[in-house]
Design a protein. Structure first.
Length: 136
């Protein structure tokens, strides 16, 4: 049984035509810029395994792991899953979200920078998030 997701299978047979960025990839880039602005450590998490063009196996994180693994100012662990407007979490992503929350971490599904910011304000308060945004 093939346990790879669509993204992982696409790496096995990359398209021959160059395509534009997916809506989710565009959201991800915007989230990266915001996380950098607030001073977070932001690591892009590649989940699953796939073969490169030379047949070499590339190993990533366990399926379901969030797109971004972050350390927010103050040392808070935060997992951010970038989704397009209509994107849904997979079962593996739901399990990962539950595990992060159970351990006291912050798990955010962000469809935009605004979604991410709102979640941070709910968790930390407007004053703290505003202070992070003012730092350079």
């Amino acid at each position: 049984m093939d346990t790879r997701n669509d993204t992982q299978r696409a790496h096995l047979h990359p398209p021959t035509k160059k395509r534009g960025k997916t809506p989710e990839a565009k959201v991800s880039l915007q989230l990266d810029a915001y996380l950098k602005k607030i001073g977070a450590i932001n690591i892009r998490t590649n989940a699953g395994s796939w073969q490169d063009e030379n047949g070499k196996m590339i190993m990533g994180a366990k399926a379901g792991t969030s797109d971004k693994t972050c350390c927010l100012p103050g040392g808070i662990f935060c997992a951010v899953e970038a989704k397009s407007a209509n994107g849904k979490l997979s079962e593996a992503q739901e399990r990962y979200a539950a595990r992060v929350r159970h351990l006291g971490g912050l798990y955010i599904v962000a469809r935009s920078v605004s979604n991410l910011r709102v979640a941070l304000v709910i968790y930390f308060g407007e004053d703290i998030v505003s202070r992070w945004e003012q730092k350079k």
